[in-house]
Design a protein around this ligand. Structure first.
Ligand code: GLN
Length: 293
């Protein structure tokens, strides 16, 4: 195998990525090359050559990306809010729309010194729980996930961010949540309707954990399962903040009543899709003025 000039390697990689349907093949080829060499993309010169081991690393990364593995898995990292989180296969890649839940939490609890107790149901990488612990330095969190890969990933992120002392990790179903009362319960549950799986991007459909994506025939199964648990664990003036799939706001709002909950805010993501539903106890709602939706 010859050491290719970078320009030729990049051209060949970009062509393969384009053929595989990757949207920005030239940019991604450069990113993969930067990953293979360990240097920033801007520092790469088109005339440089690669050592054989580096060239092989590059080809391996290109093969994985041609198979449409998410870039975040290749990097082993994903950005969320102001954090760089470790992610990998078996763990949902944090998405920008999930940051809408953080905004909703900040709106509901404006005092950053509050000693909140936080519950994150289906924590995945820990993106919500750990971001909230950073924003509320006096808060403590319980993060629950059924997937061993997620618990390991969240533990790794918590330790790296120096937050391990304030988060308790629980591997199990929603019902395994400790019997405490929480001021803030957040969840980005699986909400994609089973029949919509095929239409998802290959990165999501073929590589991300279906356990974190699929919510049954109408996408609402996880809400049905977690709301009874969340309602019982919610402190009297607490908030439940749930991520929604597009078009699910009315259906999920409709599920609240049976658990003594009422919607108090609905926040759109940056694309304008209603994304973060905030709910509280119906009894508390009558003594507080309602927040416009
Ligand atoms: N927003 C994700 C997607 O559409 C789904 C994540 C989830 O189900 N919570 O790929």
């Amino acid at each position: 195998m010859t050491n290719g000039h970078l320009a030729a390697l990049l051209r060949a990689a970009a062509a393969r990525l384009r053929e595989a349907g990757v949207e920005e093949p030239r940019r991604e080829a450069r990113l993969l090359l930067a990953l293979a060499t360990g240097s920033p993309a801007a520092a790469l010169h088109a005339t440089d050559t690669l050592a054989p081991a580096t060239a092989e690393r590059f080809r391996h990364l290109v093969r994985r990306r041609v198979a449409r593995e998410p870039m975040a898995y290749l990097r082993g990292r994903a950005g969320f809010w102001d954090l760089e989180l470790t992610v990998g296969p078996g763990v949902l890649v944090p998405r920008p729309e999930t940051e809408t839940l953080v905004e909703a939490a900040l709106a509901a609890f404006p005092d950053p010194t509050a000693g909140l107790t936080i519950l994150d149901l289906g924590t995945g990488s820990g993106c919500l729980a750990l971001t909230l612990l950073r924003l509320y330095p006096n808060a403590r969190a319980v993060a629950v996930d059924v997937a061993a890969a997620a618990i390991a990933c969240c533990a790794d992120n918590a330790a790296r961010l120096g937050l391990g002392g304030r988060v308790e990790l629980v591997r199990g179903d929603w019902v395994d949540t400790p019997l405490d009362r929480f001021d803030l319960i957040v969840s980005n549950p699986p909400y994609v309707a089973d029949r919509e799986l095929e239409a998802l991007q290959p990165e999501v459909r073929d590589h991300e954990p279906h356990l974190a994506l699929l919510g049954g025939p109408d996408g609402l199964d996880a809400y049905r399962a977690l709301l009874p648990v969340a309602a019982r664990r919610l402190a009297s003036a607490g908030r439940i903040i749930l991520e929604l799939g597009a078009g699910q706001a009315d259906a999920v709002t409709g599920l609240l009543d049976a658990h003594g909950l009422v919607r108090d805010a609905l926040r759109p993501d940056l694309a304008g899709t209603p994304r973060a539903l905030s709910a509280r106890r119906a009894a508390a709602a009558s003594t507080l003025h309602p927040i416009a939706c």
